[in-house]
Design a protein around this ligand. Structure first.
Ligand SMILES: NC(=O)c1ccc[n+]([C@@H]2O[C@H](COP(=O)([O-])OP(=O)(O)OC[C@H]3O[C@@H](n4cnc5c(N)ncnc54)[C@H](OP(=O)(O)O)[C@@H]3O)[C@@H](O)[C@H]2O)c1
Length: 342
């Protein structure tokens, strides 16, 4: 298959990781890639970068890889130039296909959610599209395959869950590795040695889990013989489902934030900026949400409420009264301080 022509709008940490693996794997020839960013970065030789999109024919695909809050600026600058491009890929966390379609008159629009290990071909790329036909889906999947596991999602609402599990997942795992190492160091191992042990243990265990024909739950039981020391440790993690409960809460918080970002992008041109600055929410008191509140239900209720709501101020009022009613009392407090990011 011949190399596609690709334009990237923005190419920082994530776009750069994808780009390097595309070039390393040979799926895209470097001289078929043009990047528009605000300053030169270190990219593989042959890749062109500039402060504006190139003249001439449109490429096969364009990928948006700037921050979500820059979408209106980018749409104003490049929307006309990109009109008619056959496939628009967006890795912008929390920006739904409809919000992209509102700003860009392109052919198929595909949301892609990569995670950082794509840079070594061991990542995950979640894909979602209502507008792409089979040919466009194949084209995007072929581009993403050298980056790692490619998974299509059929339900836009579940894309936020995928984003939390796989897009944000590396951060959660790094915390776990760090905590495992810190535990070893607390009990006497030199800190650097504990870190090496923790990293290698997670690396080997993940490879084994990927190759195994049984689930990670069964693998855990295989390591832990009854009455043994591993079982003693697992008993702590399993007590009242401590680890599972913590992770459901973790993923729920990320999903909620993704839903908020999606709601903001659905609104007016200034919506994305506003949701981070909205000062009112800072004064809301923090009450932990019920562990039984369903992650997906929470995200969907909020998203549906905002879809049905009219003006942005009405939506915000609705969200705030929802918070005050205790349905999700911490729902916006954190959001006011967290940057727009997966
Ligand atoms: N990092 C992750 O783990 C991750 C995971 C999944 C999805 N994402 C998504 O990936 C996207 C990028 O995140 P990132 O971490 O790669 O951010 P980043 O490192 O800050 O990169 C953003 C890029 O956008 C460029 N840019 C900003 N404004 C621009 C403008 N007006 N015109 C042209 N280029 C512009 C920046 O150029 P300059 O460097 O020249 O300023 C930079 O190259 C976000 O939408 C995020 O939601 C990230």
């Amino acid at each position: 298959m011949s190399s596609p022509r690709l334009w990237l709008v923005g190419c920082g940490n994530m776009g750069g990781a994808m780009l390097r693996q595309w070039v390393a794997s040979g799926v895209v020839a470097p001289d078929r890639i043009d990047i528009v960013n605000r300053g030169d970065r270190d990219f593989p030789g042959g890749v062109r970068q500039a402060r504006d999109l190139p003249d001439g024919d449109l490429p096969d695909m364009v990928m948006l890889a700037m921050k979500p809050q820059q979408i209106d600026d980018i749409a104003a600058r490049y929307g006309e130039r990109l009109a008619g491009v056959p496939v628009l890929i967006s890795i912008l966390a929390g920006v739904e296909e409809a919000a992209l379609a509102k700003r860009f008159r392109t052919g198929a629009i595909v949301r892609a959610m990569p995670n950082l290990p794509v840079g070594i071909g061991k990542g995950v790329v979640g894909l979602y599209s209502e507008s792409a036909d089979a040919a466009a889906r194949d084209q995007v999947a072929a581009l993403m395959t050298p980056l790692g596991l490619v998974e299509w999602i059929d339900d836009d609402a579940l894309f936020n869950v995928l984003t939390a599990v796989a897009g944000s997942g590396p951060a959660f795992l790094y915390r776990f590795i760090d905590a495992l190492a810190a535990a070893g160091a607390t009990l006497g191992l030199p800190a650097d040695q504990a870190e090496r042990l923790a990293v290698a243990t997670v690396q080997g265990s993940a490879l084994l889990a990927a190759a195994a024909d049984v689930s990670p739950a069964i693998l855990a039981d295989r390591v832990a013989s009854p009455g043994g020391s591993t079982r003693e440790g697992l008993n702590i993690l399993d007590r009242e489902d401590a680890l599972k409960t913590l992770l459901v809460e973790t993923i729920r918080a990320s999903v909620r934030r993704n839903a908020e970002m999606a709601a903001a992008a659905r609104q007016s041109a200034v919506g994305l900026g506003r949701i981070t600055l909205f000062p009112f929410v800072l004064s809301l008191s923090h009450r932990p949400s019920s562990p039984r509140t369903g992650t997906r239900r929470t995200a969907l209720r909020q998203a549906q409420g905002e879809r049905q709501g009219g003006s942005s101020s009405r939506n915000r009022t609705k969200r705030l009264s929802w918070c005050r009613n205790g349905a999700n009392s911490d729902c916006l407090e954190g959001a006011a301080m967290v940057p727009l990011y997966p």
